[in-house]
Design a protein around this ligand. Structure first.
Ligand code: TNX
Length: 498
């Protein structure tokens, strides 16, 4: 999971992973090769890292030490060569980012991609193919590439704070499901979760508040940089969200000058939405936008910053337009592309920008119009991808505003058919985990898994390859890995678990 685009099972004995296995990498694949050696080594013996041998290119390394030992070759090859030398199973390696090809035969595994992300995807596939406890990998050929470039998860750290250790575990799960975008919802009415060097008061005053008193907290500049780096090593790009011009009570609480009265707003620990707003007539508002967005852009190596823009029910349309236009201008001057919730489609931000569709309760017209004007759309329909919604009426945690979302609801839909859009404007799919009701890591993973696996397959696998029965038969193997990682997940009655 997610099901590869092409898989052929070969009529040969399996590859057996042993402590003797040599991982052979070329220079370009060096770092992924090392990751692979320690990941696969851990599967054959706790803490074991397999021997890594760096070769200088195709053919080098043949006849080197370790001949006769099981061998895993990891190679990065450019466009033309990768097309020629990759294992084929009758299919070509498609020229899209993240594609890879994998061949497993007795004594030898061959992994090829054009870039590092592709190798990481191959590693994720390989790790799932290992059969426990015998460390066998069935002989097969896989040629694989993602359906959409944007396969994401939005994590709400603002309502309740979940710290770096939990976020790293989420990143590990994402990487294993070939999800490449971690959208962090860092600011809201209830708390401000990212230290802003030019505005230390934001976290000093609003880092310690949260829904119903907690858990609260915030990421320091160093912690955020650490998460961004941890994610990047695993092929995941972090997209920070600074939600505006609504959902800003934490800022109004921390910065008195953002209030017309000049008095700090009281902290807010409830779960209502739509009551707070930035005031476009205050000069302090523009200074705030510049300081915060410049700092966030500087702290973020990825190409995108998310501006929120949702549920700004207290802003009139003109004020909304002025503030969001200004915020987008600041981000673009800082070299970032803008992403926003679907309400942002009321502004025409044009090519390069993306709007995130989330609810059918609003007129989809502006989203369609924005797409026709060149913006991309990321699909997060709440009834499919909001993983904070209850599975069914018996789920203790979660909200119900868009109904219940069982695993099959997260699986059985086609992102290209949600709205009447040109298919090439659908950039991808993103799940969302809001944290109004989620306090602990256990709460979080109970809601996330197995639904995140369903959304990951929607985002990766071609529509014609997908069917619920196939997914339901494959997902228990992945759940066994969640068990080995000690993650609490929901045993949905829709699936027959081992
Ligand atoms: C809607 S989605 C929201 C969030 C809530 C979520 C709860 C969106 C853009 N706004 O503020 O946390 O529903 O499911």
């Amino acid at each position: 999971v997610p099901l590869p685009e092409h898989v052929e099972v070969l009529d040969l004995p399996p590859f057996t992973l042993t402590a003797e296995t040599v991982v052979e990498v070329d220079r370009a694949g060096d770092e992924v090769g090392r990751r692979l050696a320690s990941r696969l080594g851990a599967l054959v013996g706790a803490g074991l890292a397999l021997e890594v041998e760096v070769s200088d290119g195709p053919g080098a390394g043949v006849g080197s030490a370790g001949e006769g030992r099981p061998r895993i070759r990891v190679r990065v090859e450019d466009q033309g060569r990768a097309g020629e030398t990759a294992p084929t199973c009758g299919a070509a390696l498609r020229p899209v980012p993240g594609a890879y090809a994998l061949r497993v035969v007795p004594g030898e595994v061959d992994l090829v991609a054009r870039e590092r992300t592709g190798l990481l995807h191959g590693l994720a596939t390989l790790a799932q193919l290992v059969q426990h406890p015998l460390s066998r990998i069935a002989a097969c050929q896989v040629v694989d590439a993602p359906r959409y470039p944007w396969r994401g998860l939005s994590l709400d750290l603002a309502r309740r704070f979940h710290g770096p250790a939990t976020v790293r575990t989420v990143i590990d799960v994402m990487a294993s499901l070939k999800l490449g975008v971690l959208h962090l919802h860092l600011t809201d009415d209830q708390g401000w979760r990212l230290e802003i060097p030019s505005r230390p008061e934001l976290t000093a005053r609003s880092g310690g508040t949260a829904v119903d008193g907690g858990p609260a907290g915030f990421l320091t500049v160093e912690e955020y940089a650490g998460l961004v780096a941890y994610a990047a090593e695993r092929g995941v790009v972090v997209v920070p969200e600074i939600d505006l011009p609504g959902h800003v009570n934490a800022a109004l609480h921390a910065c008195p000058e953002l209030n017309p009265s000049g008095q700090a707003a009281p902290p807010y620990t409830g779960i209502e939405v739509g009551f707070s707003r930035l005031d476009a007539t205050l000069p302090a508002t523009d200074a705030f936008l510049v300081d915060v967005l410049d700092d966030v852009a500087a702290m973020t190596p990825g190409p995108w910053v998310h501006l929120g823009g949702d549920e700004a029910l207290a802003s009139d349309p003109e004020e909304y337009r002025v503030l969001v236009t200004r915020a987008a201008e600041i981000l673009r001057a800082a070299g970032k592309e803008v992403v926003g919730w679907q309400e942002l489609a009321r502004l025409s931000l044009g090519p390069g920008s993306a709007v995130q569709y989330w609810t059918s309760e609003q007129d989809p017209g502006p989203v369609v119009a924005a797409a026709l004007a060149g913006a991309d759309v990321v699909m997060s329909p709440a009834s499919r991808t909001y993983l904070d919604l209850k599975y069914d009426a018996t789920t203790a945690l979660g909200l119900e505003w868009a109904g219940h979302v069982e695993v099959r609801d997260s699986y059985d839909w086609d992102p290209d058919l949600v709205l009447p859009l040109p298919a090439e404007r659908v950039r991808g799919v993103e799940a969302a985990l809001w944290s109004e009701t989620l306090r602990t890591p256990g709460d979080l993973f109970h809601m996330l898994l197995p639904r995140l696996a369903a959304v990951a397959e929607v985002a990766w696998t071609p529509q014609h390859r997908r069917d619920w029965a196939g997914f339901a038969a494959r997902v228990p193997t992945v759940a066994a890995a969640w068990d080995r990682a000690g993650l609490a997940w929901y045993r949905s009655p829709q699936i027959t678990w081992h």
